[in-house]
Design a protein around this ligand. Sequence first.
Ligand code: NAD
Ligand code: UFG
Length: 339
Amino acid sequence: MRTLVTGGAGYIGSHTVLQLIEAGHEVVIADNFSNSRRSVLPRLEELAGQPIPVVEVDLCDVEATDRLVAEGGFDSVIHFAGLKAVGESVEQPIRYYDNNIGSTLSLLKAMDRHGVRRIVFSSSATVYGATPTLPCTEDAPTSATNPYGWTKQMIEQILRDTAVADDSWRIGILRYFNPVGAHPSGLIGEDPAGIPNNLLPYIAQVAVGRRERLAVFGDDYDTPDGTGVRDYIHVDDLAAGHLAALEHLGASDTPVDVWNLGTGQGTSVLELVHSFERACGHEIPYAVAPRRAGDIGSVFAAVDKAHAELGWRATRSVDEGTASTWKWQSQNPTGFPED
Ligand code: NAD
Ligand code: UFG
């Protein structure tokens, strides 16, 4: 199977590329490096033990994307490429709609034109909105509270409409919960630009001395210790979920389907902090701060559908997530080398 991985230089894409190659796929990465570094590439090749073709392309460029798909000989696409910072999406909505929707439309046009109709798309638990019923099941109503979330909602709708119009498509929508962790080698991991928005990269930067202390956004939620509860899924489990989805689509009669990728387990902010302390061997300084606007108390996944239909479930623990993150962060205190 020859698979195009858009956004394959990014955090989740890079981990998935390695598992695809291990499973015998031929992989081509397409990325514009707007949120990743070229220096991830030699590390990926070292881990894969083989060269990995990379096309530097902005998927919003309709002609370049068409050329890529026309000449690529792909059987399937995994579409990770997109911008993902919630706060930034509120400040720059046009850029988010343009990039996330625009890149997806030019990709789908090219795929349709060249008869490549198998795609796995990176959606998010954000589509369960501000008042989810727990655990979140795939048939729950969806909504959005910010432009980033709207792009996921809209792309899901575009994909469903595409499958209704032409049932030769095989489309897998994967809703990720909270990805954490890094490859066991410590050579690749999450490397956010600027101040991390997400909890675990922030903790990791405090642990390595790049930031003074963690702000815990609220300790008065209706949760066991009052801090926010999320479903942290190891990035290597997430990567395995993509392989399972691709394989399923190859044998499926259903044009479009959706699966949660989560663990089904909730972990609080303070539990994650303590797990990280065990991993790094010292205390993580933190202070309780006001709630963050737009946050909710608890979110975690229903995982039965992915297990029943994809034969996949998460197997790695939260402690493995924090330990591998610490390995990556301590070996690479400032992330990937600058290009
Ligand atoms: P990431 O930013 O590390 O990777 C995304 C990659 O896409 C980057 O390498 C970036 O350079 C590339 N890209 C962006 N726009 C592009 C364009 N127009 N053309 C070509 N390349 C482009 O993010 P990630 O954490 O690996 O997330 C991957 C996907 O999963 C995203 O779609 C994201 O919205 C989704 N997702 C992520 C999370 C999370 O918390 N990390 C949660 C749910 C869903
Ligand atoms: N938190 C802190 N301090 C921080 C950062 C986060 O206390 O510095 C808390 C939050 O309040 C929340 C928990 O840690 O309770 C997790 O926060 P993240 O920002 O890491 O994750 P979210 O669940 O808020 O959101 C993430 C992505 C969204 C995505 C969602 C579901 O950022 O884009 O997961 O996939 F939609």
